[in-house]
Design a protein around this ligand. Structure first.
Ligand code: 4NP
Length: 152
């Protein structure tokens, strides 16, 4: 799960996907998150994201921000990005067609082909965080459903 800072959106996506997988009894999927910028390396998630996730039953408070790295193309089968800007930043680093094909916009799981972004809540109000949580949760439920059906 990749966004710009790895302190707002992608930590929520990491926590929610792991939570939904555990709930579904799926234990063979490795989930991680990263940011394209590295601006918040070593930091815990933004406290607004942490608080909102906690209110929705998911603890992301212990996750640590890190920068997306080239090795992630080898280490992961699918790289979900939150918006078009993340998509550009990540795909620019891809060294092959195989790597490029791993990069997907998260919300295309629920709105195929629409290329909708998970909006960046960093400069907005609290309601933005709940909106982000709900969008991410719907996408993660769909991912878990597709993993269960061996579609992913
Ligand atoms: P994120 O949000 O990409 O969802 O983690 C942001 C976090 C920090 C900044 C921008 C977006 N920033 O400018 O520091």
């Amino acid at each position: 799960m990749v966004c710009l800072g790895n302190i707002c959106r992608s930590p929520v996506a990491e926590g929610v996907l792991r939570h939904r997988l555990t709930e579904a009894g799926i234990d063979h999927v490795h989930v991680d998150s990263a940011g394209t910028s590295g601006w918040h390396n070593g930091e815990h998630p933004d406290r607004r994201s942490s608080l909102n996730a906690k209110q929705n039953g998911v603890d992301i408070s212990k996750q640590i921000s890190r920068k997306f790295m080239i090795d992630d193309f080898e280490n992961f089968d699918i790289i979900y990005v939150m918006d078009q800007s993340n998509y550009r930043d990540v795909t620019t680093l891809a060294a092959s067609e195989t790597h490029l094909r791993k990069v997907r916009l998260l919300l295309n799981e629920i709105n195929p082909g629409s290329n909708m972004p998970v909006p960046d809540p960093y400069y907005g109000g609290e309601e933005g965080f709940q909106n982000v949580f709900e969008l991410i949760d719907r996408a993660c439920l769909r991912i878990v459903e597709r993993i269960s059906k061996n579609e992913l």
